[in-house]
Ligand binder design. Structure first.
Ligand SMILES: Cc1cc2nc3c(=O)[nH]c(=O)nc-3n(C[C@H](O)[C@H](O)[C@H](O)COP(=O)(O)OP(=O)(O)OC[C@H]3O[C@@H](n4cnc5c(N)ncnc54)[C@H](O)[C@@H]3O)c2cc1C
Length: 463
């Protein structure tokens, strides 16, 4: 194990630093009736509840969460809150070239909506309007960043290309060759505090939340949908499924989304001289530009959060605590950290964790509906759901309420992604694609035959 991990605890930093609640999880028992049931208490579920309740204050809403609110990806992520709804401009343009101007505008409106809502409800989640820098650590990535600069400019983004000296003036690493700073396309925030703030807000608006209440069945009875847990059931007019990477209640969704585990380290707080050695006074989020990439940022207390690079898919969509402690990956991440910031040699990591990203073959959310439109879902944001989940929730509500909007007209909403094949081809496909992506990174970004074939069909594997 890497020496910097000698005293690291397996815990999510964002959750560990929250004030502990005295309230015990309250599970569903007996039979209830309501207007809207939401399955899953992550960002998608919480935003669905908040948006539905603000649009119609009298609406009776129940959230059913199998563990505790925020148990999934929503408390375990890097806290990069991005305007992109499409996992980046390039991915969006490759799938929905005609729709991209609309999707970019809707993404900006969505990000503004998040800021406006957190301010209006006094949700303190340490928002920092820093933007994000993509850095190049190989020459071929510099060319790629130059292309991205032109694309971003054509969509009116506030961006700045940084050469080798300029990028080091923003964040000081000897590995950087260039950078592209998107100044207003992303916020850094504390996702644990955002989950807690949204939970408190929806509770204050009258939403009932039942934790430790995994949904096991969903059936139509007369004109109602009956949602069952082990010890209770709720009969509702409408249901939104917000279970992301987890085994969804409806078989229909299983083909489109798979769980991929991503890993994160958080360091002890930096001293002022360590902080100074990084030149990181604008505090941007940073991501590097390979197929396998790291993302990193400063927390409010000047720790470094460092994650990504080595995402894992386990055969048969396996999930749970037994796959979450991956020492080899944590050690690799620590090694990469000190290659990037050798001036921080001797720093220790206090927290390590991993979490399930719900990914689709097009790396962005997919929606759908069933039961004559009374059930809808939004799942599969891949690694960019902190911001996009609010949009995902809004679309799921439009669908389940049968309201035609600009959003429901989008091809991105109407068309499903290419499905993942069943096992063992699913596992095999992911392994081959991952190893071809690694090879492409070693090979100056050249995409071999396999990746080119997938590109042609608009499909792939990402985190
Ligand atoms: C390590 C990591 C880093 C990431 N970093 C970023 C980042 O920096 N920026 C970014 O934009 N995105 C990031 N993401 C992705 C982002 O966190 C997710 O896209 C987003 O949180 C999805 O929210 P969600 O509510 O849809 O899903 P989740 O938060 O996963 O919520 C789903 C919920 O459903 C519950 N559930 C499942 N099945 C049932 C059932 N049968 N009954 C009841 N409840 C059920 C689960 O317990 C869970 O709480 C990251 C993800 C991970 C794992």
């Amino acid at each position: 194990m890497h020496p910097s991990l000698a005293k690291t605890k397996q815990a999510v930093f964002w959750v560990d630093q929250l004030d502990s609640t005295t309230e015990e999880p309250f599970a569903l028992t007996g039979s209830k009736e309501t207007d809207l049931v939401i399955i899953g208490g992550g960002f998608t579920g919480l935003w669905t509840a908040l948006l539905a309740s603000e649009a119609n204050p009298g609406r009776r809403i129940v959230i059913l969460e199998s563990e505790t609110v925020g148990y999934g990806a929503s408390s375990r992520n890097g806290g990069f809150c991005d305007a992109s709804l499409t996992h980046g401009l390039e991915n969006g343009v490759s799938h929905w070239p005609e729709e991209m101007p609309t999707l970019v505008r809707l993404g900006r409106e969505n990000l503004n909506g998040i800021i406006e809502t957190t301010e209006r409800h006094n949700i303190g989640c340490d928002v920092e309007k820093t933007g994000e820098i993509n850095v190049a650590t190989e020459q071929w990535q510099v060319e790629q960043l130059l292309e991205s600069t032109n694309l971003a400019k054509s969509f009116g983004e506030d961006i700045q290309f940084l050469d080798s000296n300029a990028v080091k003036e923003q964040v000081n690493s000897p590995t950087y060759l260039a950078g592209l700073w998107n100044r207003d396309g992303a916020l850094m925030l504390d996702p644990g505090k955002l989950v807690r703030g949204l939970q408190d807000t929806v509770t204050s608006l009258g939403v009932a939340i039942f934790e430790k209440s995994p949904v096991v069945d969903l059936t139509k009875s007369g004109n109602k949908i009956v949602v069952s847990t082990q010890n209770g059931q709720v009969s509702a007019d409408r249901v939104v499924i917000a279970t992301n990477a987890f085994n969804p209640v409806l078989k229909k969704i299983r083909r489109y989304v798979i769980p991929v585990y991503d890993h994160v380290l958080v360091s002890e707080p930096l001293s002022s001289s360590q902080l100074q050695s990084l030149n990181w006074s604008n505090r941007q989020g940073v991501g590097d530009s390979g197929n396998q990439f790291h993302y990193y940022r400063l927390t409010k207390s000047n720790r470094v959060l460092w994650g990504g690079y080595d995402a894992h898919y386990y055969f048969g969509n396996r999930m749970g605590s037994e796959v979450e402690n991956n020492d080899q990956t944590f050690s690799m991440l620590a090694e990469h950290f000190f290659e990037t910031f050798p001036q921080l040699e001797g720093l220790s990591f206090t927290h390590k964790w991993s979490g399930p990203i719900g990914t689709t073959t097009r790396f962005s959310c997919t929606w759908g509906s069933s039961h004559q439109g009374q059930v809808a879902w939004a799942v599969g944001y891949t690694g960019l759901g902190v911001g996009a989940s609010r949009f995902g929730a809004q679309v799921a509500l439009d669908l389940v309420d049968g309201i035609d909007t600009e959003r429901t007209e989008l091809e991105m909403v109407r068309k499903q992604p290419f499905p993942f094949p069943p096992e063992p081809f699913r596992w095999l496909g992911v392994q081959i694609t991952s190893s071809m992506m690694k090879r492409s990174d070693r090979n100056e970004g050249r995409r071999g035959l396999w990746l080119k074939l997938l590109d042609r069909f608009g499909i792939g594997f990402d985190s």
